[in-house]
Design a protein around this ligand. Structure first.
Ligand SMILES: *[C@@H]1O[C@H](CO)[C@@H](O)[C@H](O)[C@H]1NC(C)=O
Ligand SMILES: *[C@@H]1O[C@H](CO)[C@@H](O)[C@H](O)[C@H]1NC(C)=O
Ligand SMILES: *[C@@H]1O[C@H](CO)[C@@H](O)[C@H](O)[C@H]1NC(C)=O
Ligand SMILES: *[C@@H]1O[C@H](CO)[C@@H](O)[C@H](O)[C@H]1NC(C)=O
Length: 262
């Protein structure tokens, strides 16, 4: 409690002792404790404790700030960095595309992710490019874009290869290195593949291509985590994200700081 509230508290108590029959003093005291003191004291304690819980899901363990999700409430991480967990599989949505999270490395600030829609093959993806939110992520080094163009006329021949997909786009799928629009085809989608697989896979077979895409790629998160770790170190608090102020914040652990929200 801050001194002024303590003083008010004491004077109310003294007041109620002096005029013990005063119903006003007693109800004031009651209102004071219920509506002022209690809510103010629980708001940050709550987040400092819930944001100290780590995210665990299947093979992905011990993930904390800047991520939130499942047992880590909204204020525990950057709004765009929500992890989901279903049947022990961790996923993250980036620019409306769902990725499976294969690995998380907080030391290098890297996520290894793979497009969920391409896990079962190349034929029925969500027709969306592999685009990152530039405020949150960068591509890891050593990747290059590969364009898959769907619903192409059979006459058009690509350099890398072509495959036939039954649906939902009839016709052939053309594969090319780099970023291309659909051209003569219905729709094109680019995905990153490791540059070192390009030489190895001179002849693209469907299974090898699908495996390379399924293996995923690395992205680094570029949000600021150092400032909060610095603020939190002394207070044994938990890092989180202040959704009102739109910036990372430290929720101090109860007892180390004033219990009042500011
Ligand atoms: C994601 O999809 C929703 C609904 O379809 C749309 O309103 C929103 O603009 C999309 N966001 C991005 C980043 O594409
Ligand atoms: C793929 O192309 C997009 C659009 O040109 C670009 O933003 C992205 O950095 C490229 N990805 C890689 C891994 O080079
Ligand atoms: C693909 O072919 C089937 C049967 O030939 C046809 O019913 C369907 O409309 C075609 N789809 C597209 C996207 O052209
Ligand atoms: C993917 O990006 C290319 C190049 O910017 C664009 O032409 C194509 O339409 C995009 N594909 C989708 C599904 O938005």
């Amino acid at each position: 409690m801050t001194p002024s509230i303590l003083r008010a508290f004491i004077s109310l108590r003294m007041d109620s002792r002096l005029h013990s029959s005063s119903p006003i003093a007693i109800s004031l005291l009651f209102l004071f404790s219920v509506f002022v003191w209690i809510p103010a004291s629980i708001c940050h304690d709550d987040l400092s404790s819930s944001c100290s819980h780590m995210f665990n899901c299947g093979k992905i363990n011990n993930v904390g700030f800047p991520f939130w999700g499942v047992n880590r409430p909204r204020g525990c991480g950057y709004p765009g960095l929500e992890l989901n967990c279903e049947s022990s599989v961790t996923t993250i949505d980036i620019m409306n595309v769902t990725y499976r999270v294969l690995a998380v490395n907080p030391d290098t600030k890297t996520l290894k992710i793979s497009r969920e829609d391409y896990l079962t093959g190349i034929c029925s993806p969500d027709f969306a490019n592999t685009t990152l939110d530039p405020t949150l992520f960068d591509f890891g080094s050593g990747y290059q874009n590969l364009t898959l163009a769907y619903g192409c006329a059979a006459s058009w021949i690509s350099l890398l290869g072509q495959f036939t997909c039954p649906s939902p786009m009839n016709g052939t799928v053309q594969i090319n290195l780099g970023v291309y629009g659909p051209g003569e085809c219905e729709v094109s989608v680019f995905v990153p593949i490791p540059t070192n697989t390009i030489d190895v896979l001179k002849i693209w077979t469907l299974p090898t291509l699908e495996q390379v895409i399924r293996d995923g790629f690395e992205v680094t998160w570029k949000v600021d985590t150092a400032a909060c770790s610095r603020d939190c170190r002394g207070s044994k608090g938990a890092c989180g994200y202040d959704l009102q102020m739109n910036r990372p914040t430290c929720y101090p652990s109860p007892g180390t700081h004033s219990k009042f929200s500011n």
